[in-house]
Design a protein. Sequence first.
Length: 348
Amino acid sequence: MGELIWTGCYTADRDGNGDGIGVLSAGADGKLTSLGLAVKANSPSFLAEHPKVPVVYAVAEEGRSLRAYRRTGSTELEPFGEPWPAGEAACHVAVDPHGRFVVVTCWGDGQVILYELDSDGGITSRISAEAAVDPYDAGPGGEARPSRAHASLMLPDGRVMTTDLGHDLLRVWRFVAGEGLVTDHLVVLPKDSGPRHMAHHAGGTVFVVTEYSIEVAAVRANPDGIFELAAVVQASANGALDGDSAAEIGLSPDGRHAYVGVRGSNRICVLGVNHDGSALKPLADIPSGGNWPRHHVVREGWLHVAHERSNDVVTFRLDPETGLPDEPVSHMETGSPTALIAARRDGI
């Protein structure tokens, strides 16, 4: 059995074709093989795995909940405790590297919610964070923009960064046991850019893909730990097209390249990153090989792209020098995939 990848999806409650959390095996040749359904679940659209114990967390996007699942074998999961309420359109979950908590972000109502965990990975409490305030508030008589919390990123120093796609805002938080997330500071991005997902470079930069403007924003911390906007670059070497929306950003293991999925024109945009992660530039745009590249994962030498609307995962070999994807090596059918999360190698 090769390396395992968990798959999230949309099911019938979101007009999708999936059945629950799936599991794939990645062979030495990069090709993926479906190992079937790990557990049946309603629209587990994003997943995260506990760093120490055999537990996987999934948001139920339509069900407005978070649930833990325990591994009972190499490829099987079972519900671990009852579902916990989340917010409207809960779309992302991430786990603290020390296993103390998970964070759920909700596109529908903008909530950022922290759930504390016990030593077995079980959920013990739920604490909603302070609501976002639009830095571009139009004032009395102006049209209010809804908060759209979309993703969270665990920073190496223990803080948490979240995106608010609706308010063009990054929020940095500190975790306080029993209190949840406490605001540290804010970073305002250009209006109507729509920050969505993030990737942390070993050099300290956080790269943020913007859904609306199809760009990558680079933020770096100053000596006081305050993140500041350092640069905004176009994600695509050829420019955005009408109907495009950016989705995921991932970095190569060596940090030399960033990969951005663009839905609509169905492309993977490849950007070069300098040695310390302080700058990047678009290099090339590659057809993603399917329809609506919702998410992707970069492994050593391989890029796996989940296409929500064509119901498949397409695998590309990455050129070791240029970082560019070659012709696809495989297309694997799976219902409405929305997330690909590499499983821990040590298993259960």
